[in-house]
Design a protein around this ligand. Sequence first.
Ligand SMILES: [Zn+2]
Length: 72
Amino acid sequence: MADTECACELFEQLEGAAAQAYTSQFLEKTDADEEADRTYYVCRICGRPWMRETIEGNRKQSLVRREMEFDV
Ligand SMILES: [Zn+2]
């Protein structure tokens, strides 16, 4: 297998099954905020930060790419 390339540059947001698949394939969990129901990840390939949250009401996972600079 050649190097696997991530698709972080191509997406800003993924939802549902696509979000779950992308998470398990490329992302590594770094932190979680249980109160806000958010989980933070970084891409194992390119290091971009992502955040996954559950959309209230429909239990759908939404994966959103974050800016490289942390906006705290
Ligand atoms: Zn990436």
